[in-house]
Design a protein. Structure first.
Length: 314
């Protein structure tokens, strides 16, 4: 566990890559807030043991994304309330697509057999002060509804799925153009940024990611059109075709999953009428909230989480 400042910790899986995300922990007066829970038991059991060594109860888990890389370990923190976006709440209500996970991340195939996730208990759809130390900020890009966790007093931002440093991001559910634009918000929030993938960074690393995403948009569907740059040293460049095709499809008004990803997981491309890009992508939150609202801090649930989370804000 890497201590960033008093009461603020990062758990890094380096060098990062598909299926190897980061997590965080913030200590508050009443206990701990965990940011993301990793994916499979070999990851979150070690992380959970390190959290236990801090000697404080975990009262809250904040999920920056509902994708399995970030949410696979939610069941480990069984007494904690789980905070997520409306999309994350819906994702965790669905059966896990274990066959797809095995095909896309074969090195973890054996660990998906008994994987179970915990439902979101509190839906967050507006900026809110969760505790005196922790602010949750909704943002779009990596998906239509990500969350970030800001620790204002420490100048630390847990960007989760919105940032990948030294690692190629995966935009199959994202909007590369909106994502790149909304990174302007990210650079203004904190000097220290913990990404969802890769090492801790700051504005330079965010700018490198922003440049890559804009290159995917400008490539016009051709991965070979991405020009040289800092990304040439990144992990997981095999994701370029997915990201470039996703950007090209969205430019045509098509919001379906890009065929390169479907091919990777062995799913068939459905030549149905294209879906129009939803309005949710058309409004980007570009600035940090001026006024922060305090959310009530619920007691840890004594019984299993409900199927659908209750709305915390909005």
């Amino acid at each position: 566990m890497l201590q960033l400042t008093q009461g603020v910790y990062a758990w890094l899986q380096l060098p990062g890559g598909v299926g190897r995300t980061n997590a965080g922990v913030v200590a508050d007066e009443d206990g701990l807030t965990v940011v993301d829970t990793l994916m499979v038991p070999s990851q979150w059991e070690e992380f959970g043991a390190a959290v236990s060594e801090l000697g404080r109860p975990v009262h809250r888990v904040v999920l920056t994304s509902g994708q399995i890389e970030f949410a696979g370990g939610t069941s480990h923190f069984r007494l904690a309330a789980v905070y997520g976006s409306p999309i994350t709440s819906m994702q965790l209500d669905q059966p896990l697509n274990v066959d797809a996970y095995r095909r896309f991340m074969p090195e973890f195939a054996a660990e998906f057999d008994d994987l179970q996730t915990k439902a979101v208990t509190h839906v967050v759809d507006a900026p809110v002060m969760l505790t005196p130390a922790v602010e949750i900020i909704p943002i779009a890009g990596h998906t239509a509804a990500n969350l970030m966790v800001l620790v204002p007093a420490a100048g630390v931002l847990f960007a989760g799925g919105m940032c990948a440093f030294g690692v190629t991001p995966l935009a199959f559910q994202g909007h590369p153009a909106v994502w790149a634009d909304n990174l302007e918000t990210v650079v203004g929030l904190a000097g220290t940024i913990v990404p969802g993938h890769g090492p801790v960074g700051g504005e330079k690393e965010v700018r490198d990611l922003q440049g890559y995403l804009r290159a995917c948009v400008d490539a016009g569907g051709d991965p070979g059109a991405i020009p040289p740059g800092p990304r040439d040293r990144w992990e997981a460049r095999h994701l370029d075709p997915i990201n470039v095709e996703r950007a090209a499809m969205l430019a045509r008004g098509d919001d379906r999953i890009p065929p390169p990803l479907l091919k990777a997981i062995g799913a068939a491309w459905r030549a149905t009428r294209r879906r129009v890009v939803p309005a949710r992508w058309k409004v980007a939150r570009r600035a940090a909230p001026r006024r922060r609202r305090r959310a009530s801090r619920p007691s840890p649930p004594a019984s299993p989480a409900p199927t659908r989370g209750r709305r915390l804000c909005g």
